[in-house]
Design a protein around this ligand. Structure first.
Ligand code: ADP
Ligand code: MG
Length: 698
């Protein structure tokens, strides 16, 4: 019998009230939902301990023995109950702060109990607060208890007595009854090929493991299944889109590209840049729409690659645009593109929030007539009034800063969707890229232009400031420039701004002979540009700023990045900030300043920054420390699905295996028409109702 769709309210021990809590608190409706509500941990109850064995490391223990006496302490709210429990040789104190009356009535002396709980040291002895107590004769022998599952519950559930223990009691008989078998969700040939446990056995063992080995096998199978179906649906979407969407053909490498490459390009392309250009070239000539993610560390030369792809578009009579997340960045792109292109004869324009209405009208007209070849801008690009004659390529810089809606508006600026190149300097760990962007093609620039000296990074405590100041002075005397960055976090914006302004005043006092720019998000764009420009031209030697300078700003002469309150930045943000220096030929330095007291996670972040300059290594470390849900660059978009058992930080290998399995299946049976794959189609359909729209990812 297929139990999967059966309503849980008919299960023994559930009933309408608990069912309602399951629905509302955990989204559990059917028996299958419940079976797929996996324990978050297991506790080994396969043996009894003696009290003399207890040490602080033990998470949980169970002990057999009797209560010798009770004692009520205190009055009213402060009342508590203690009991002395003996295993025959030694004693331990049991403590209740809540449910005193209940415990007094329920438990008695001279009865054999099994107590279970976490021993904690108190006044030089151990006690157990709110122990679980069972009558020993009613307990199965410990060999049969084995690993006991623990389930997450909400406060609301707990207060209605729907706690982990209750869930355990509901699932136990259920799992016994499914032993007759529930329908398998993976094809037999896949189970065989990867030596996976079948579904029924996996569900039985994930809830009530026979032993550690069976639990491991069960979890492996369930993880595989979870990751496999995510990959299968992403890859199917990609296949479908590849078949569906025709792409503009950039058939020729023409005048502009060749002239630029042969006579304007001031340096050799790196091997990685060449490889990526070849990958993109194949895409844009294929007749299918390109959807490509270009990853590369800060300063790896992505912008130049984007420019050369835009020239491919122009050579084939298409227009191209770049959308950047900030005005500063758009302005810089505009400046550097103009510098690169010189008098080659390509028309480039800039459109931002501060473009004057009069200029806009002219710009819009030139776009529509096709006179403009390349448009660079901010969000202003996506406004409906911005109409192209023939948009063939959209480049999105720092894509994670844009919402899905904003991005998708750009594809609609031509009848047939343009090619899309999204760029990010926030390297995404492979496992995340495969899931978040699994439907995109991915190119990686994993090589920096030659001659760059790796940035030296140091972590100091605030008390080092005087010697850091003299270091700064030396650098400026040598002709360099310096960034001082302060955190800016929404919730404490006011305090942050004050810190920034105080920092500015402090720097002015310490360095009366130098000029200082100050930039933050509250400045009017004009003022911000003015301050930026003074730093770019070298008129100011020091730039005091918030993270508005994080993205893309390019001042090769800057050689020192001081990050104040570095503990308040995430790893990838620190890495981004550091990328503002080390852009010229000189040795550059990054100084992370923090207070002396640091959480261990923070200390780890600082250590990683000091140890490596490799953005991919840093993003992997970030994933390990923070877990995938929190990873910078994915916060806004979030994971488009919920993982119940797999963990992207830990199950990278499994993910790879699952993805390859999905790829192979789709190669052999693109439409999933073969009888042995019917099970896949059914399962995908079932999952689709539970997950978000995959199409929204790109
Ligand atoms: P990204 O956008 O990846 O952060 P940019 O495209 O801004 O990097 O490049 C950083 C700097 O390196 C720019 O000044 C750029 O002109 C320069 N650059 C790019 N490619 C090369 C190369 N192959 N050789 C030398 N310099 C390069
Ligand atoms: Mg860039």
């Amino acid at each position: 019998m297929d139990l999967s769709y059966q309503d849980i309210k008919f299960l023994p021990g559930v009933g309408p009230k608990k069912a309602d809590l399951f629905n509302k608190e955990l989204g559990i409706h059917s028996v299958e939902d419940l079976l797929r509500y996996y324990p978050y941990k297991y506790v080994d109850r396969s043996r009894f301990y003696y009290l003399h064995e207890i040490n602080e490391e033990m998470p949980f223990i169970q002990v057999k023995g009797q209560i010798i006496r009770f004692e009520k302490v205190g009055e009213g709210h402060n009342q508590r109950l203690t009991a002395v429990f003996s295993d025959g040789k030694n004693t331990i104190e049991l403590v209740w702060f809540k449910g005193v009356k209940y415990a007094m009535e329920k438990y008695h002396t001279k009865v054999d109990y099994v107590i279970f709980g976490k021993p904690s040291p108190f006044n030089g002895r151990f006690n157990i607060v709110h122990p679980e107590i069972e009558i020993a004769s009613k307990m199965p022998p410990p060999e049969q208890m084995g690993l006991v599952p623990f389930y997450n519950t909400s406060e609301k559930m707990k207060s209605s007595f729907l706690n982990s223990k209750t869930i355990q009691k509901i699932i136990f008989p259920l799992v016994q009854s499914i032993k007759t078998g529930i329908p398998e969700t993976l094809p037999a040939y896949i189970l065989q090929k990867f030596a996976l446990m079948n579904l029924t056995e996996s569900l039985v063992n994930v809830h009530f493991p026979k032993n550690a080995d069976a639990l491991n096998k069960a979890r492996q199978r369930l993880k595989f299944e979870e990751l496999f179906y995510i990959q299968l649906s992403i890859l199917r979407l990609k296949n479908w889109r590849d078949l569906q969407s025709k792409g503009f053909v950039f058939g020729t490498i023409g005048h502009y590209f060749n002239t630029f490459f042969n006579t304007y390009l001031p340096f050799e392309l790196t091997g990685a840049q060449k490889r990526v250009l070849r990958e993109i070239r194949i895409d844009v000539a294929s007749g299918r729409q390109m959807n490509r993610l270009l990853q590369g560390d800060v300063g790896s030369g992505k912008t130049l690659v984007a420019l050369m792809v835009m020239l491919m578009a122009v050579d084939n009579n298409f227009q191209a645009c770049i959308m950047a997340p900030t005005e500063i960045l758009a302005t810089q792109h505009f400046a550097s593109l103009n510098e690169f292109l010189g008098d080659i004869g390509v028309n480039v324009a800039l459109l931002t929030g501060s473009t004057r209405p009069k200029d806009r009208v002219i710009l819009h007209e030139k776009l529509r007539s096709g006179e403009l070849n390349i448009l660079i801008g901010t969000h202003a690009l996506i406004e409906d009034v911005v109409q192209f004659k023939n948009l063939g390529l959209v480049v999105i810089d720092e894509q994670h800063r844009f919402g899905v809606e904003q991005r998708s508006k750009l594809w609609k600026k031509n009848v047939q969707p343009p090619h899309i190149l999204v760029m990010t300097a926030t390297p995404i760990p492979r496992t995340l890229a495969m899931t978040l962007y699994g439907d995109l093609s991915v190119s990686v620039i994993d090589e920096l232009p030659p001659g760059r000296k790796p940035i030296q990074t140091y972590h100091y405590y605030d008390n080092k400031r005087p010697s850091i100041n003299s270091f700064i002075a030396k650098q400026i005397e040598a002709g360099r420039q310096v960034y001082i960055v302060y955190p800016l976090i929404q919730e404490s914006e006011k305090i942050d701004l004050r810190n920034l302004e105080e920092g500015y005043e402090y720097m002015r006092e310490v360095f009366p002979n130098y000029s200082i720019s100050m930039v933050h998000g509250k400045l009017k764009p004009k003022e911000k540009d003015y301050q930026m420009q003074k730093f770019v031209t070298g008129e100011t030697q020091i730039m005091v700023a918030t993270t508005v300078i994080e993205v893309g700003v390019n001042v090769p002469n800057a050689s020192v990045m001081v990050i104040e309150s570095a503990q308040r930045f995430g790893l990838s943000q620190l890495h981004q900030l550091r990328g503002r220096v080390g852009r010229g030929a000189e040795q550059s330095f990054c100084i992370l300043l923090t207070g002396y007291k640091l959480a261990s996670d923070t200390r780890k972040r600082m250590e990683i920054m000091v140890r490596t300059n490799d953005g991919f290594e840093i993003s992997e470390a970030d994933l390990q420390i923070r877990g995938p849900g929190d990873l910078e660059g994915t916060q806004q978009s979030g994971l488009p699905f919920e993982l119940k058992i797999a963990n992207l930080a830990q199950d990278g290998k499994m993910l790879e295996i699952a993805r390859n399995a999905a790829i192979e299946i789709l190669e052999n049976d693109p439409q999933l028409e073969k009888p042995e794959n019917r099970i896949l189609v059914n399962q995908l359909r079932k999952l689709k109702t539970n997950t978000l729209n995959w199409g929204s990812i790109s």
